[in-house]
Structure formats: C-alpha cells, structure tokens
Write a protein that binds this ligand. Structure first.
Ligand code: ACO
Length: 323
C-alpha cells in the first residue's frame, strides 16, 4: 500500500514576555530604526526563567493535537527540531513524550538549526511513506535567547523564543490524488559551518557556547540557496510562477523573505510574515508562521503552500503541501 502524509492540525505557543526593539536599545548599542530597516523585526518573545524548550514544545504540541482532533495515545512518533534542548541528553522529544502521557511509540530530537522544522517534516513524511508511522507530532521549539550573547548587537537583536507544531497523518491517496505533502527537498553544505555556529558544545569544550555569525555572507547564501530550493520544489511538481497560494518562509529577515517571494513571482499578500512580531525563532519559525496563517483563515483547504528555511550548517530545504 502506498502511503502519503498530510498535515491535519497545527499549533503554536509563545512566551508571554515581549521585548521590543526600544527596550533592547536600553541595554545594547542599537536603535529601533536600525533593526526595523535591516530586518523588519519590531519585537520578540523571550522565555522566562524555568520556561524551557520542552515546556514551549509541549504546549504547541497539545494545541496541534487539539486542532487535529486526535490524542497523544494515537501518536506513534514525536520529533522535536531544536537547537536549544533542555539537556544535552536525554532528548527534549522524550521529555515532551512523557509530558503528553505517552509511554509508547518513539521520540527523538533533530538538529538542523533554522532548517530543523523542514528537516523534521521531511523525516515524518518519509516515515509515513515507508509505512513505519501513522500519526507523527512534529515540533519546532527553541529558547534561542539562552545561547545569545546579549552584548553582541550584531546577533542579539535578531532572535526570539517560541514553538510551533503540526500533526502529520498517513493516508492512502486515490489514483492521481495530489494532496498532502507533495515533496520535500533537503540540502546541506558543511564547508559553510563557520558562517553561523556556537563557540561551544558538549563534545568540544563542555560548554553550550554562544551564537557567532557572519551576517552579510549568510545573507548572500540565504538568498541564493532559498531561490534554488524553491525552484527545485516547483520543478519537481511541474509548477509555474504564481501557482503557489502561500509562501511560509523561515522568518530570519524581511529582506530575505521579500527576495524569495520576488523569485517566485509572488506579491506580498501571498507571503506569511511573522518576523516583525516573533523575530527569528530558528526551528520554531516556520511552524509558528504556518499556525498563524491557518488559524487566521488565510490558508484554506485545497491551496498550495510552500515552506522553506535555511540555517546553520549550512542547511536548507523546502516542503510543498496541497492543504
Ligand atoms: N544596531 C546598530 N548597528 C548595527 C547593529 C545593530 N544591532 N548590528 C550591526 N550594526 C552595524 C555594523 O556594526 C555595521 O557598522 P559599520 O558599517 O560601522 O561597520 C553596520 O551596522 C552594517 O552592518 P552589516 O552587518 O553590514 O549590516 P547588514 O545590512 O548586512 O545587516 C544583518 C545585518 C541584519 C545581520 C543581515 O546581514 C542579515 O540579516 N543576515 C542574515 C543573518 C541571519 O538571518 N541569520 C539568522 C540565521 S541564518 C538564517 O536564518 C537565514
């Protein structure tokens, strides 16, 4: 039997604490004007003490399960994409699994930084296509604020905390039915790992480390890699420019979003933008944006949704979904 997968519910969760650009400018040498002009970011949510990745992930997961109309007992796999796990081990996914009251199935973390959700969605899709899972909870969750150097104005203004989730379910398509997750496309180039990294790690110096970034070079790679992966997704599905109803991009920088939309021939009304409110929440950014546009009614059944992301590694990828 040939199985395919579709997203049957979305959810998200943000810490209630909001930090505006003006508030940041009190502690670091920056201005609201610089941040808005260069990135489109106005504010970000920041986790409070004790508010961990697992806590955010659990809430987002519960919301997605509720929207999907299934319970944790129906799940057979939980994947958490995160760069900021609660512990070096065990995985945040097993913690979330326990919080959900599950003692069956499997749970694991996946690390691809800002591309983590696309990688996790592709993994869930492939588990389902292989017949190894029926209901998968895919979560992107981060407390990136804990690995930021708050004295480095070139990075600290860019990131925020949050979590987003989807429930992916197996179905058996009719003969030529083209719904659900149509294709996923993953890439990485480890030669470019020095463009965005933490200066620490469990296996190198026993520290978590802080985010270090070469912003301008990263920007250049983001624009060209995202353009090529959206081309790849379009070609794989025989799409023309304008066929896509919604672009749900990784929310790193408004200027990167605009350039990908231009490449696809999409006007601003077809791009889901949350970077202004959430900043860059790494693996959480795509599912947070997706949930926003599903809940406010923009994304409708039958529409074509293209998700894409790029992050440290470098890693990048895209997923095309007929909703
Ligand atoms: N406030 C005020 N001035 C600043 C700040 C700040 N927060 N940060 C940097 N500057 C200064 C710099 O020091 C520099 O000053 P100088 O000209 O006197 O040397 C000036 O602003 C310009 O700096 P640039 O780095 O050239 O600015 P740029 O226009 O490239 O914007 C930015 C920087 C926003 C980081 C951009 O390069 C970018 O978005 N890159 C992509 C980074 C990214 O998205 N990373 C996330 C992970 S990867 C991903 O998600 C795709």
């Amino acid at each position: 039997m040939a199985y395919r997968s579709r997203i049957i519910g979305t959810g998200s969760h943000l810490p209630d604490k909001i930090v505006t650009n003006a508030e940041l400018a009190k502690t670091v040498d920056t201005t609201d004007e610089w941040i808005v002009e260069r990135t489109g970011i106005h504010q970000r949510h920041i986790a409070r003490e004790g508010e961990t990745t697992a806590a955010l992930a659990f809430q987002a997961g519960e919301n997605a399960l509720e929207a999907a109309g299934i319970s944790a007992s129906d799940l057979d796999l939980v994947i958490v994409a995160t760069t900021t796990p609660d512990n070096t081990f065990p995985s945040t996914a097993t913690k979330v699994q326990a919080m959900l009251g599950m003692a069956h199935g499997a749970a694991f973390d996946l690390q691809a930084v800002c591309s983590g959700f696309i990688y996790a969605l592709a993994t869930a899709d492939n588990f389902i296509r292989a017949g190894q899972a029926k209901n998968v909870l895919v979560i992107g969750a981060e407390v990136f604020s804990r690995i930021i150097d708050w004295e480095d104005r070139t990075t600290c203004v860019l990131f925020g905390d949050g979590a987003g989730a989807v429930v992916v379910q197996a179905f058996e398509p009719e003969d030529d039915e083209k719904t659900g997750i149509l294709s996923t496309h993953l890439h990485s180039d480890g030669r470019l790992r020095d463009l965005l990294y933490t200066d620490g790690g469990a296996g190198s110096n026993s520290c978590v480390g802080k985010v270090r970034m070469l912003g301008r070079e990263l920007f250049r790679h983001a624009v060209s890699n995202l353009a090529s992966v959206v081309d790849e997704a379009s070609e794989a599905n025989g799409l023309q420019k304008n066929d896509i109803d919604w672009l749900v991009p990784h929310q790193a920088n408004k200027r990167i979003l605009d350039s990908t939309a231009k490449k696809l021939g999409l006007s601003a009304e077809h791009v889901v933008v949350t970077v202004d409110q959430h900043a860059n929440t790494s693996a959480a950014s795509v599912p947070l944006a997706l949930d926003t546009a599903v809940r406010d009614g923009r994304i409708q059944k039958g529409q074509l949704v293209l998700m894409e992301a790029m992050g440290g590694g470098l890693t990048w990828g895209a997923a095309l979904v007929r909703w």
